[in-house]
Design a protein around this ligand. Structure first.
Ligand SMILES: Cc1ncc(COP(=O)(O)O)c(C=O)c1O
Length: 376
């Protein structure tokens, strides 16, 4: 069986975790601070604030930017659930924007048609590790006071016109879930150049405290542990190597499979890091996934539906489904159509990719995928 993804951990991570456990200092401390400094420096942002997940990073970033009830936040309709759930958790309302069919990232033209005076932030997602079209999004925003929060959960180290993603918006949010380009077990981090956002985010992730037992803000316990940070410090040092291997695997797939299926498009502004390797199978996608799985290749279909079609999105005004229901009266997102996102949910298939994938595994995926795609 070749999994779709897996974390690539070694003796270094084990040694560093052991050291933390033996020290007895396991809650947020010096290693978290060190990880934050090193991550900020890697991304090229002034500050980084480590938290307990990518979802927490989005949530804290939104609140720190000042987003809340009566605000709206533009999100792409093809992405992981928490890009939109974090907006809802902040009390604001998501505005679902269709995606570019080629890259799967937010379509600036659809954003232009939906932006309104209540929109306080836009969350472009660098989906699959491919950067979103940030300059075109900025052009749509123009002079309006609207913040860009880059959802970089799938794109550690990806470049947009030569700059690392997460350094280009007012804030960035990363996830360190085990299948991501680098991991801390569970974890996330916010990046920003803005001192005000930094100070707020630091407090809000830690019960709103600015000093011990002085609670200035309504906050959460979203702290990262020293155990997670110890893993993160080691993984960050390996990240460029990890990404180089992902790029190598992606280029082999592209070379071997183009002509049989639509291999991923790379925009001229992008140097992607392939968190996922997507191909478009225009017909019989599900059959292709099932046949690959029968052959021991654990390929995965796209996210099952545009985000606004998720069951909860038609029930946001209902107390049973949303504890913030009073903020969503009369809203039902499920009627909104985003045709490109819809198409991607039906056609995308993800092939296994992870940095410690062996050459034999890559060859096996290529051989089996070629056979399956040829016979569709
Ligand atoms: C695009 C995107 N945003 C946000 C998240 C949330 O990250 P986490 O799972 O660490 O909460 C993920 C990861 O799963 C993601 O892929």
């Amino acid at each position: 069986m070749i999994p779709i993804a897996r974390p690539c951990l070694g003796e270094d991570e084990i040694r560093e975790v052991r050291r933390v456990l033996e020290s007895g200092m396991i809650a947020q401390g010096e290693l978290v601070r060190k990880f934050e400094e090193e991550f900020a420096s890697y991304v090229g942002s002034k500050y980084a604030i480590a938290v307990s997940s990518g979802t927490a990073a989005l949530h804290v970033a939104l609140i720190s930017l000042g987003v809340g009830p009566r605000d709206e936040v533009a999100v792409p309709s093809y992405t992981f659930y928490s890009t939109a759930s974090s907006v809802i958790l902040s009390g604001a309302r998501p505005v679902f924007i269709d995606v570019d069919i080629r890259t799967g990232t937010m379509d600036p033209r659809d954003l232009a048609s939906k932006i309104n005076e209540r929109v306080r932030a836009v969350i472009p997602v660098h989906i699959h590790g491919h950067p979103a079209d940030l300059d075109s999004i900025r052009e749509v925003i123009g002079e309006k006071e609207i913040y860009v929060l880059e959802d970089s959960a799938q794109a550690h180290g990806a470049l947009y016109k030569g700059s690392k993603v997460g350094s280009l918006g007012e804030a960035g949010a990363f996830s360190f879930y085990p299948t991501k380009n680098m991991t801390t077990g569970e974890g996330g981090i916010i990046t920003t150049d803005d001192e005000y956002v930094y100070e707020r985010a630091r407090a809000i992730r830690d019960q709103g405290q600015v000093s011990k037992y002085e609670h200035y803000y309504i906050g959460f316990n979203y702290r990262m542990t020293e155990i997670n940070a110890a893993i993160g410090i080691v993984q960050l040092r390996k990240l460029d190597k990890f990404n180089a291997r992902r790029k190598e695997i992606a280029s082999i797939y592209t070379q071997e499979l183009s002509g049989l299926v639509d291999t991923p498009f790379v925009a001229e502004w992008a140097d992607p890091v392939w968190h996922l390797y997507p191909v478009r199978v225009r017909e019989k996608r599900d059959e292709a996934v099932n046949r690959l799985r029968e052959l021991g290749i654990l390929a995965r279909p796209a996210y099952p539906m545009p985000l606004q079609k998720q069951p909860v999105m038609s029930k946001l005004a209902n107390r049973e489904y949303n504890y913030l229901h009073v903020l969503f009266e009369g809203l039902d997102y499920s009627e909104i159509e985003t045709p490109n996102a819809e198409k991607l949910t039906k056609e995308l298939l993800y092939l296994p990719i992870y940095s410690c994938m062996k050459d034999e595994e890559v060859e096996e995926v290529v051989e089996k995928a070629r056979n399956v795609f040829k016979s569709l």
